[in-house]
Ligand binder design. Structure first.
Ligand code: TTP
Ligand code: MG
Length: 385
């Protein structure tokens, strides 16, 4: 459904709540994780399923997504198409310009969900600590798993083999003692690749990573770091915590920790998401209404894509917006809504803007979900996402 179709004309704005928070930093004691974490991610998921089901497509560039003439976007594409520079979220019209012989396939979400159920049930054969991230991706904590004498490497390989045997599709896996390294590792040897980063090699592995690989580092943070002549994690590690906090606020502490391999996030089994949000920090603070509107619409389209990809079982119950001003003060506003509602977000933004007519450093939007009822929770346990 196009974004226009998602506007809920019945929504009311009478229950807007405005919150304020000052960004603060705090210190905590560091501890290195001795956990065994696997991150599994299927290769070209939707496209691989379509190729499997139609051998005539093999070796041809294909896209799963909306058609160019109906202003569709690429959900994913196979490696042949990636060679032309095509990627997820690219407008299909642009994709066909890059590769005129491209084959477009309409997504069949029901089919992809059935495959997803199979792979998630394989994960559960190795541990109960499975955190589903999306249809094709999950974190597993196998610290206490007994199979293969507890070897996370062998378990990861066995999971990929089982997935291939059950579905005819390949997965890639990363093994590490932290979530963020396991995720980077699963992408390392794609497709059908396994990358193991042992705790003793973790620092050396992180040191050679470009800073853009770090969890949460987007274009703006990366270019700020690059302006400080910091391109790789080993360079980031030379920077003092106080300077990072001065430059990046609370996120400075995360940067300090991540480049040292410190990521204490646990694998959260069957986590019930309470919200989903996106945000962007601007290279230059913005003030003009037109600039704000463009950024807001970009965020809406980004959030809408993520909502579709994550396939949440819970219903949307509210929308919210947050605005960080040039002085780092954060203001937010929210309103009840059953869907991602652009008009309502614009109203919330206008309310905040009238109250705080100052240059904006960061803009974020999100949706909150209803608490799942027990029936939904059971469904979640069964299908594990
Ligand atoms: P990804 O795991 O991000 O991508 P992928 O599996 O196609 O390719 P890779 O081998 O690089 O992991 O996403 C999984 C599926 O989610 C993907 O096949 C299609 C869907 N998807 C969207 O619909 N929109 C998006 O913007 C993205 C990134 C993915
Ligand atoms: Mg994938």
């Amino acid at each position: 459904m196009g974004l226009e179709g998602k506007i809920n004309k019945k929504s009311k704005t009478s229950n807007i709540r405005i919150n304020h928070a000052r960004i603060t930093t705090h210190t905590s004691s560091y501890g290195f994780s001795m956990k065994k974490i696997i991150h599994v991610d299927m290769d070209c998921f939707f496209a691989a399923i379509e190729e499997r089901d139609n051998p005539l497509l093999a070796n041809n560039p294909i896209v799963v997504g909306g058609r160019p003439e109906s202003r569709g976007v690429v959900a994913t594409c196979n490696y042949e198409a990636r060679r032309y520079g095509i990627h997820s979220a690219m407008p299909s019209a642009q994709a066909v310009k890059l590769c005129p012989s491209l084959t477009f396939i309409k997504p069949n979400i029901r089919k992809y969900k059935a495959v997803s159920e199979k792979i998630h049930s394989i994960f559960h054969q190795y541990t109960n600590l499975v955190e589903p991230i999306s249809l094709d991706e999950a974190y597993l904590d196998v610290t206490n798993s007994k199979q293969y004498h507890g070897s996370a490497t062998w378990i990861a390989q066995a999971i990929c083999n089982d997935i291939y045997a059950a579905t005819g599709l390949t997965a890639s896996a990363g093994v590490s003692n932290t979530k963020f390294v396991a995720k980077i590792a699963s992408d390392w040897n794609k497709p059908a690749g396994l990358k193991v980063v042992l705790p003793k090699n973790s620092q050396a592995f992180i040191d050679q990573l470009p800073i853009r690989k770090l969890h949460g580092v987007g274009k703006v943070t990366a270019s700020k770091l690059e302006n400080l002549d910091i391109f790789y994690c080993h360079e980031l590690r030379q920077i003092e915590l106080s300077l990072l906090i001065k430059k990046f606020g609370k996120f400075g502490k995360s940067l300090y920790e991540l480049c040292r391999g410190i990521d204490l996030r646990k694998v959260k089994p069957n986590s019930v998401r309470k919200s989903l949000s996106v945000e962007t920090t601007f290279q230059e603070n913005i003030l003009l209404w037109d600039d704000c509107k463009i950024q807001l619409l970009k965020l809406v389209s980004d959030l809408s894509r993520r909502l579709e990809k994550s396939n949440h079982p819970q219903k949307v119950s509210k929308v919210f917006i947050k605005v960080k001003m040039e002085n780092f003060i954060l203001h937010s506003a929210e309103s009840i809504s059953q869907e991602l509602n652009i008009r309502l977000l614009i109203e919330l933004f206008t309310t905040l803007r009238e109250k705080y007519p100052k240059p904006i450093r960061l803009l974020g939007i999100g949706v909150g979900f209803t608490e799942p009822n027990s029936q939904q929770q059971n469904k979640q346990l069964n299908i594990a996402f």
